[in-house]
Write a protein that binds this ligand. Structure first.
Ligand code: GLN
Length: 251
């Protein structure tokens, strides 16, 4: 009797160990800058938005758990390149310069660089901002494409000044407080910031059109391929279009 019990107990323990093993998936760490609604923003103590939801769906499809780290935008590329994070999703624009440091997935969304100004601003178009002798101060998020374009088109061209902020929210607050003349930022966060603050508008003219993708350490081709395969399946079955539609309803 004792022996049967002992065998049963051993079996039970072994089964429990197996179950625990089957449940513990490897975790992938995604880094982002959660100041970029509706792609990523903080709600309560959670990072939510299009990128976290796509990341969760893709990780589930690939068989990984997902952990999200919220950090400064200008540390994302170097962090993922050095292996600190497995991937980055941050409304990150695919550029040739970034491709020297990281590998990008296929793109899953389009972004447009636009300009936020005060309702009564003398700036009425991108051309006004880039005109000779314009001399405006524009805010951007540090290390973003908006910052890079503005530096070359405005500051280095001697047409005005570029102020860099750690994130979109601080750039917009500087406009609200009258410290700068306008903010260059991606169109969807621009809409969210204009909706959340009085007296702001988005100029009709677009500055630059771009593609967003996830990025990985340059040599991590295996994960990029898995990610792309999952992305493709989840696009075909309507999961990703539904996530985007939930945050950016078609007009
Ligand atoms: N799309 C811009 C870039 O990649 C801004 C992204 C962001 O601020 N999260 O530089």
């Amino acid at each position: 009797m004792k022996k049967i019990l002992a065998v049963a107990l051993t079996l039970a323990l072994t089964l429990t160990a197996f179950a625990a093993c089957a449940e513990s998936k490897e975790t992938l760490t995604m880094a982002t800058n959660a100041s970029f609604p509706p792609y990523e923003y903080v709600e309560g103590d959670q990072v939510v938005g299009i990128d976290p939801e796509i990341a969760a769906a893709v990780c589930e499809k690939m068989g990984y758990d997902l952990e999200i780290v919220d950090t400064e935008f200008d540390s994302l590329i170097s962090g993922v390149a050095s292996g600190k994070y497995d991937f980055v999703m941050a409304g990150m624009t695919v550029t040739e310069e970034r491709k020297q440091m990281v590998s990008f997935s296929n793109t899953y969304a389009t972004g447009v660089q636009v300009i936020i100004v005060n309702d009564d601003s003398p700036i009425t178009s991108v051309d006004d901002l880039l005109a000779d002798g314009a001399n405006y101060t524009v805010g951007t998020q540090n290390a973003t494409t908006g910052y890079i374009y503005a530096m070359s088109d405005i500051e280095d061209a001697g047409k005005g000044t570029v102020a860099a902020f750690p994130n979109g929210n601080e750039a917009v607050m500087a406009r609200v407080n009258g410290k700068i003349d306008g903010v260059i930022i991606d169109n969807e966060p621009a809409k969210a910031y204009v909706a959340a603050n009085e007296g702001l508008k988005i100029l009709d003219s677009t500055y630059v059109v771009e593609d967003y993708a996830a990025c990985f350490a340059k040599d991590n081709t295996e994960l990029v391929e898995k990610f792309n395969a999952a992305l493709e399946e989840l696009t075909a079955d309507g999961t990703i279009p539904a996530i985007i539609e939930k945050y950016i309803p078609a007009e």
